[in-house]
Ligand binder design. Sequence first.
Ligand SMILES: [Zn+2]
Ligand SMILES: [Zn+2]
Length: 433
Amino acid sequence: MSNERYEQSHFIKWCLEHPGPYTPSEEIELRKEAMAALVESVKAGDITSLDGAESPLSERIRAQHGVTDFEMNSNWVGSSQDWICPCCGRSKFQVSRVGKRGQILAKLVVHHDHMSEAMKAAFHSAFEAAGTRVEQIDGWRLVERMRDAFAAYAEVLVCEDCNNADTEAKKLAGSPSYFSFSIGQIRRLIRSADHRPHLVEPVRAEEVWAEAEPAYKLRIKLISAVAHAAATDAHWYEPHARAADPIPVFGFARRSVESEIIRWAYADPLLRTLGANTKVSTPNLSRWRQVAQKPGKQLPANYLAMLRTEESHGRSWEALPDDWRCPVCYRSKHELVYVGEQGKVIFAMKLVTARGAWASLTRICNHCESTLRSLKWEGAQRAGKAARDSYSFVEPGELSRIIVARPHSAHVIREKEAQELLADVVQRISEAR
Ligand SMILES: [Zn+2]
Ligand SMILES: [Zn+2]
């Protein structure tokens, strides 16, 4: 990047004119100006450490493909225009290609090893199998600290084609779900060309997996041993050093972007603004009331020790009296506990801070909160404007009536009632000032 152009950019001139200090409310106003100056400087090509739908690189990519619409993700926007995929060695320009909907695909993803999930699953299953009746807080911390130690490689930003090649190669080679190929291994099994997805060579995929398999099996064995020790109080504790910065995306804590940008821009709104007009497909916000939720798993006999192992869950559990019930779904404390991903036992409450009909409630369960949030998002989307806050568009009793509560499970939503309530919510959001 040309440092000189950065120093001369509209954004830096704006920064020099606004040395501060400012009060928090002044800062909020000024951030909008800063953001506009930043977006303009990216567009002008003076700042290249960030990207966006209007960057010079994007203009070049448009001209190459003769297409205007982008489907760009935040990793693409938040990384430098000079970025090169460490796996296939292609530049962003070479990675760009036209997708099925006639849009230009511009996506980078974080490629990671699944050993930490394997480790968590092994911990929860060893905990349940051992039937330990005492929480294992240090053991869980050990797992949290150790889980990166068994990864074959550190997380790294790659182009979407490289990440897809990993998935395809795993299918071809029949390798287990917790395994993934490292970027060095992916490089060996693909044939790469500009503006095209990679070709995965099946014979190479099998070869590379055969080479990797013994080490993978050894890691799984070690993981089981550590998880067992951690879950049964036979563990040690040891801090584990963090790796350097392998994910050069604005918004990830460890990236050193120019300090002026860090001072004035919040990652989420900035990345959204830079890539704002690039959405091709919209998410289905009606899913929450249309999907049949499966009943949850049965709780392990020692579920209480397992939930206390996550300290925040244990604190929520202690803070509430034994006869407490969620004021929306009326489930008891015991009924609210459920088995989550990788066999983790979960008891998660959400604090309520609201006026009106919600004022007398202090906490609701996370399943009720998730229903409330889904109703808000779909209502806002249909009303074409944001809800004023997270509560005022609905009353707790109304929410209760669209829920079928079941122990240890996510809620089933009453379809007809939900649709009627949604219509009311849309109207309320539209009319709210
Ligand atoms: Zn790549
Ligand atoms: Zn509830």
